[in-house]
Structure formats: structure tokens, C-alpha cells
Design a binder for this molecule. Structure first.
Ligand code: UD1
Length: 322
């Protein structure tokens, strides 16, 4: 099989390039290929059997001025790629999506059962009440696992354009009979994770601080849960996804370790591994943050045959030694 891998020079794309057994054609802005460039796609796509689309503007989108860039690279770029795939009869797509399409995770209310809360109230956050409340009765909720059928609630430019990519890919699959698989990555970490950028995820921010001799600053009370999944596991999920899916449809999968940790646990693990200063829990908060987002990895296990193999302990040990 011949595979066009977009974002091939990036953090996740470069790991996928290492594990694909197929013939790989790399396309990356860093090597001069923009996915919005129709002519470049027309040169690269003849003879290609599948596209693994990782190229994207990442991070969260910090303010409204970022909206055009996210829409252009992520939504318009994917639309351009899909149209070019249709022109060249390429009928298989694996798409890098994200858990951010869910917004908040799934929660249970003691009175109302499974609910999906809206954004947390600034007054609750300011008084140190970090867990969301039931939208029906105001009770404090407890977190539960989210599966792929949960309603989607993108809350920033990045999330909105990741969901747009999924919808565009679903349109393409229906129109062309192609097969699209969207992998909703949870918090990916590991070697070559971008560092020292405003868009870096928490694992890389903590490591940068520790390696500079500074204490990691843990927001809220440190009890917020995430699922940290190793980049080599994510790369393997992409390989499995190339052989999965249903013609004429998009199928989405959570790509997660299945063993969530708190942000406080993450800071403690990296501090221990680096021998750096003890983390400081500040009680500060970011209004756009969700509290917990914990995935069910069951569908990926059942249908892709994907189970994460690198444990949090082993993965963080390696990550800290970069
Ligand atoms: C992150 C990515 C998002 C990606 C998702 C899944 C960023 C900014 N966010 O979302 O794009 O789709 O993973 O891979 O890259 N925190 C601290 N101290 C800090 C920084 C953060 O305690 O110095 C806390 C935050 O308050 C939050 C948690 O760590 O509770 C995770 O933060 P972060 O990694 O930035 O964002 P995610 O919401 O997990």
C-alpha cells in the first residue's frame, strides 16, 4: 500500500512514519507541502491508496484573532485534501481528531444520573469549587468515562475545526463510498513532544519547568483527570486504523491508555523522575479548561484491536530522560 502522510515531520506524524510498513510519501509544511495547495496534492496523490492526515494547527486557539488560521489550516485544508482524494480515486482516510470535540467529559449526578454539564461558573472556580455541577439540580457531579457516541461540544477554535474535519470526512465518505476513520487522541506525550510553545500540553510544560529547575505549577487542586497516552501507542493506532472502518462512513475511536491520572499525579511523577523541585498547587484556573476528560478505550480495542501498551510509569520515565 502507498500512503500519503500529512504532518509527517510533526510530533505524532514523525512517529507514524517510523512504524508504517507501507511505502510512505511525507507531506509537511516544514518540508514545503501545504495541504491547502491543490497543485501539490495533484502531484502527490496519483498511485496513493490511503491518506493519514495529521497536519493541523494545534493548541487551543487563544483568542478570536486565531479563528481564521484554525479555519484555514484545519477546515479548509482538510476540505482541499478530501476534494483532491476524490479527484484521484483515493478511498481511505485516517484522520487525527481529538478528545476536545467532546467538551467536558461525562458525569453522573446523584439524582439525575448521566449528564453533560456546560462550562463551569467563574464564581465556583474562584471559590475553589472545581467539579462541575448538574445542569438540572446544581449538585456537584462525579466523573465517568466518555464513549464515542456522547454528544459533541467543541469549545474553542481548535476543537471546532477538529470537529469540522470529522464532519467533512464523513461527507466525503458518504459521497464517494470511501472509508474514514477518526482517531480522537487523548493527551499524547512522548519523545519529540513540542516544548516551550504557548500551545504545549501540560506534560511538556511540566517537564520544561523541571528541567529548568523550576517547580511545575499545578492549576485548580490538581485533581483534574486526563488520559495520557504515549505517542508510540498513538502511532500504532494509526497503523491499525488503516485496515479498519466501514465503506461510505466515518467511524470515530477514542485513542487513550484507559488508565487516567490526575494532573497532580503527572506533576509528581515527572518531579520524581527528574529529581526536580516538588510541584506547587496554585488553585489558579483557566476559564476554558474542562475539569475531567476520561475515555472509554473499549471500541478501539474491539474494532481496531488497539490497546495501549506503554504504561504511565514507563512512559513518563522515558519522557523525563529526553
Ligand atoms: C490538550 C491540548 C489539546 C489536545 C488535548 C488532547 C493544549 C493546550 N491542549 O488539552 O489541544 O487536543 O490535550 O491531546 O495543547 N495545567 C496545569 N498547569 C499548567 C498547564 C496546564 O495544571 O502549567 C492543567 C490545566 O489546567 C488542565 C490540564 O493541566 O486541567 C491539561 O491542560 P492542557 O494539556 O493544556 O490541555 P488539555 O485540556 O488536556
Amino acid at each position: 500500500m502507498r500512503v500519503l502522510l500529512t504532518g509527517s515531520a510533526g510530533f505524532i506524524g514523525s512517529h507514524i512514519a517510523e512504524v508504517l510498513d507501507d511505502e510512505v510519501i511525507g507531506a509537511d509544511l516544514r518540508t514545503g507541502v501545504d495541504v491547502r495547495d491543490e497543485a501539490a496534492l495533484d502531484r502527490l496523490l496519483p498511485g496513493v491508496d490511503a491518506v493519514v492526515h495529521q497536519a493541523a494547527k494545534v493548541g487551543l486557539g487563544v483568542d478570536v484573532a486565531d479563528l481564521p488560521a484554525y479555519a484555514s489550516v484545519n477546515a479548509y485544508g482538510t476540505a482541499t485534501l478530501l476534494a483532491a482524494m476524490a479527484r484521484h480515486g483515493v478511498d481511505r482516510l485516517v484522520l487525527a481528531s481529538s478528545m476536545v470535540v467532546y467538551g467536558e467529559g461525562a458525569y453522573d449526578c446523584p439524582r439525575h444520573g448521566r449528564v453533560r454539564p456546560g462550562p463551569r461558573r467563574p464564581s465556583d472556580l474562584a471559590s475553589g469549587l472545581f467539579d462541575p455541577r448538574c445542569p438540572l439540580c446544581g449538585n456537584v457531579l462525579s466523573p465517568s468515562v466518555i464513549d464515542e457516541d456522547a454528544p459533541l461540544d467543541p469549545r474553542n477554535a481548535y476543537a471546532t475545526t477538529k470537529l469540522a474535519q470529522e464532519h467533512l470526512a464523513a461527507n466525503w465518505a458518504r459521497e464517494t463510498g470511501g472509508t474514514a476513520v477518526a482517531l480522537r487522541y487523548h493527551n499524547v506525550y512522548g519523545p519529540r513532544m513540542p516544548r516551550d510553545t504557548p500551545y504545549a500540553g501540560v506534560a511538556s510544560l511540566f517537564l520544561s519547568a523541571l528541567l529548568a529547575g523550576r517547580a511545575p505549577t499545578v492549576f485548580e487542586d490538581g485533581g483534574q483527570q486526563r488520559d495520557f497516552v504515549h505517542v508510540r501507542d498513538v502511532a500504532r493506532a494509526n497503523v491499525l486504523a488503516l485496515r479498519a472502518g466501514t465503506a461510505g462512513a466515518l467511524t470515530a475511536y477514542n485513542i487513550a491508555s484507559g488508565t487516567p491520572r490526575t494532573v497532580g499525579d503527572l506533576a509528581a511523577a515527572l518531579a520524581a523522575q527528574t529529581g526536580g523541585p516538588e510541584p506547587v498547587t496554585t488553585g489558579d484556573y483557566r476559564l476554558g479548561d474542562v475539569r475531567h476528560i476520561v475515555a472509554s478505550p473499549a471500541r478501539a480495542a474491539r474494532e481496531l484491536g488497539f490497546t495501549a501498551e506503554i504504561s504511565f510509569e514507563d512512559g513518563m520515565k522515558e519522557f523525563a530522560q529526553q
